[in-house]
Structures are given as C-alpha cells and as structure tokens.
Design a protein around this ligand. Structure first.
Ligand SMILES: [Zn+2]
Length: 481
C-alpha cells in the first residue's frame, strides 16, 4: 500500500520559529526548528538559536526560556542562512499557523536579498478543514486531540516536532480524498498568471535589467526595471498583491521579455526609453509628453525677476538655469504659481498670472507686496522669488563639464557620457571590443529626474569620472573610424 504521504509532489519541511515579537517587519527569528520529510519519513533535522542583533523582551524569555545571554553567543541568521536555504530548497513549507512562521523566514531571507517563495501548507487550516466539529485548532488542542508526547513546548524544534506528529495523524486518520482535496486547495497559487509558462518564470534572470509584460497578442502591457529582475517580476504576482491594477496586469500577462543590463543606471535609462517607445498601457507615470510647459525666468527693466510660461518641445541644455519649473500642463503651472505667490507674497503680474499695466489684483488684496508698482526693492523681491522656486526648479549641472558613469558586470561594462543632464553617448565594452553610440543629447525630463536622483547617492561598482576635451575627441574619433 502506498504511503498516504505520496500525495505530496515535493518533500516537506515542517518548521517552527520563535521570534523577538509579533511583527516580521521589525522583528527577527531567535530560534528555528526544522524537520525535512520525504515519503512520510524524517530524513533531516535542523535546530538553532539565532542572535537577532537586538535584545528580546522579557515576555519572550518567559514563554520560551530563551535569554538574552543565550542569544549573545548564537550565530546571526546570515550565518545559518546558506544551510537553511539548502534544507528548504524545493520543499513545501509546513507550519502551524504558517503565515506567521513564513513571514519571518521570508523577511530574514529578504534582508539577505534571497527570494523565498515556497508552496505553503498550514496545519491550522488543515485541521479546521478536517475537523470542523472542533472549536480549537491551536497546537495545544491538537496535542490533546491526538494524545501526542511532546518535549520542549514553546521552543522551535519541540513545536516543529509536535506539528509534524499532528500532521502525521491527520494524514493517516482522515479519508484520503478529503486530505487530498484540502491539501491541493492550499498549495494552489491562484495569483500566478495561468497563461504564463513555468519555463518563462524559471528563466527569469536574477541580475539588473528591464522586463516587459506582454499580453496574448504580444502587445506591451508594462515595462519595469529592477536590480533583480526575477524577484521584481515575481512580486507582481505575489499573494500579497491585492491592488486591482496589479491583479489585472497579472491576469493579462502572457509573455515576459527581459533585457539584462550591466547595472542600475543602464536599467533606469533603458526602462525610460522603452516606455516612450512602446507606450505600455499600465505605465502611467512616465508618459511621453511631446510638449512641456516651462516657466522661464527673465528680468524686467526695473530689475525684477519675471516669468514667462511657454510651451516648448525642447529645453536647450544651455538654458537650464533659466527654467524655474517644468509642468505637464498650463493648468498645473497656474496652480503651482498661485500657491507660490500666496506663500511667498509674490506678484501675480510678474509671475505672468495677470496682465495689467498698473498694480496687480493681489497687490490690492495685500498678498503682493507691490513689486508690480516698485513698492519694494528688486533685491528683496528676488530673494523671496528664489526661495519660492528652490525645490521646483531644475538643478544646475553639478559638474565642471561632461562626466562618464561606468557600470561593470562580469566582462562587460557600459559607460554613459553625460553633460548638462543630457545623455551624449554610450560606450559599451564587451571582452576586447569597444563600441560608442552617440545620442541626440537633447534634454529629457524623465532622464533628468533619473540622473538627478541617481547621481546624488553613491553606488557600489559604479565609477564617475570627469571628462577632458581630449577624451571626447577620442570618442568622436572612434565614431568616424
Ligand atoms: Zn503685484
């Protein structure tokens, strides 16, 4: 007779953890116990105290008997992670109230950049399904129901053993079909897009790059980027996702294309380029704008700064200093300028909000301090004007000239030549081959935002060097040769 455990396609790991508290977001694992089960037999066990890197509250010591002294000499989770990862690999994660144990283990792995997304079987749910007549399904209730002999209650390994014994009883005693039905119900992962081939998921690369979700007819639905394509793509389909937009996207995705890059900046720039090119319907944030509404600064004959709000298809790199703000519509421009005028007592006439040959209406109300009729000094007005636009204006290029940002991965490197927030060209070096591609070097608002954010924080494995004119001549030579 086949073992009743043959209903499981994969080995089981029965797990219990003791933790520093209730929330996996802030807490950590302090004790872990694991039994690995194959064909109904325990084939391997694992138990370890873990140093959470912080002190544990007194009630945890009271419950578990684990003290801060015990943990001080214990290894950190990172130390035992490789061994645990190997033990858990390709197994069904089984625990009593599995969401709790899983959330902690998953979070500990996540902090080490390890993705862990097993199939999960909860013995509380199973007990509820098999024994609806019983009110209690806590571990103590099961121990009593099945008359289990358990040592070390409230320690991870003791509780994992109790969970395993309870599961064994349930699988052996209940009707096979019922157990099978309930187990299948739990192991199903309904949020994984049904039309996506398993090979597509398996083939997702772990490194940086861009991914494109397409529907059945091959139309692009969404373009995204990540430093780990695989984990980002899977997070779109995770069980925790309950945003309707994400659900719709998951339901419609039938194909996934990926483009690996040498690093984060390459991924960011590629993503921005593809979104403009493909216009995927789920990318609302980086929509292509053929025209920008710019607030451009001039100086009037009395020496006051004045604004002109104009539509432009381009920003000339040399005029970035004059662009006080960039908008996607004139309505948005008007709203912001009205707010700034009110907060900083700026003049509606000088901001271009009102056309008049005399004092502006705001001056009559007292919110404009009279710059329109020279009732205040130009210097004083300009000081408030500059303060008002500090956070919205385009930033000056912070370097003395063009720079080259280089990302390296394995035998490949990508260098971006950047000047005045514009991409001048890209140098790709693969093994011994070098190629240079010149770009239009036009100012692009999305690119500006990407670069501004990227260049303000340090990046590992990325070098930034200031270019001399000789370097640029050398690149131009490469182009012509
Ligand atoms: Zn005024």
């Amino acid at each position: 007779m086949p073992s009743p455990f043959s209903l499981f396609d994969y080995p089981l790991v029965v797990i219990d953890v003791e933790t520093t508290g209730i929330s996996h977001r802030y807490g950590g694992v302090i004790d872990v116990g694991v039994l690995r089960i194959e064909d109904g037999q325990v084939v391997e066990t694992f138990q370890h105290l873990i140093n959470p890197g912080s002190r544990i509250p007194a009630f945890i010591t009271q419950l578990t008997g684990i003290t801060n002294d015990d943990l001080a000499s214990a290894p950190y989770f990172a130390d035992i992670a490789p061994q645990l990862q190997l033990l858990l690999k390709d197994c069904i994660f089984v625990a009593h109230n599995a969401r709790f144990d899983y959330s902690f283990i998953k979070e500990e792995f996540r902090r080490l950049d390890i993705r862990y997304a097993p199939k999960i079987l909860c013995t509380v749910k199973l007990s509820r399904g098999l024994y609806p007549q019983h009110r209690h399904h806590k571990l103590d209730a099961l121990i009593e129901r099945f008359d289990l002999q358990v040592a070390d209650r409230h320690r991870a390994f003791g509780d994992a053993q109790a969970t395993w014994q309870a599961l064994e009883k349930m699988v052996q005693q209940a009707p096979v079909e019922t157990v099978q039905h309930l187990v299948k119900q739990q192991l199903r992962q309904p949020s994984l897009p049904p039309q996506l081939a398993k090979e597509t998921i398996d083939a997702l690369p772990e490194g940086p790059g861009v991914y494109i979700f397409k529907n059945e007819t091959g139309a692009p639905l969404y373009v995204g980027k990540s430093i780990n394509i695989r984990s980002r793509v899977l997070s779109h389909f995770s069980d925790d996702v309950n945003a309707p937009k994400e659900m719709q996207l998951a339901q419609q995705t039938a194909h996934i294309e990926t483009i690996s890059t040498t690093g984060e900046l390459s991924a960011l720039l590629k993503e921005s380029e593809l979104i403009k090119q493909m216009l995927p319907i789920y990318n609302r944030l980086l929509r292509r704008k053929d025209e920008l509404v710019l607030a451009i600064r001039h100086t009037n004959s009395q020496g006051f700064p004045v604004l002109k709000v104009e539509r432009h298809s381009q920003i000339e790199p040399g005029s970035i200093g004059q662009v006080m703000a960039v908008f996607t519509s004139t309505r948005q421009a008007k709203e912001l300028l009205l707010t700034l005028a009110k907060e900083h007592h700026l003049c509606h006439k000088l901001l271009g909000l009102q056309k008049t040959s005399s004092a502006c209406f705001a001056q009559q109300l007292g919110t404009c301090l009279g710059a329109c009729v020279s009732q205040e000094s130009a210097t004083e007005y300009e000081r408030r004007f500059n303060t008002a636009f500090t956070n919205v204006r385009l930033q000056r290029w912070p370097y003395d000239g063009p720079i080259m940002v280089t990302e390296k991965k394995d035998a490949e490197s990508t260098s971006f030549v950047l000047d005045q927030w514009c991409l001048v060209g890209t140098v790709v070096q693969r093994d011994q081959e070098i190629s240079f591609t010149a770009t239009s070097a036009a100012f692009d608002l999305d690119q500006y935002k990407i670069l501004r954010q990227y260049l303000t924080k340090p990046h590992l494995e990325t070098t930034i060097q200031l270019l001399q004119s000789a370097d640029i001549d050398a690149m131009a030579d490469m182009m012509t040769n």
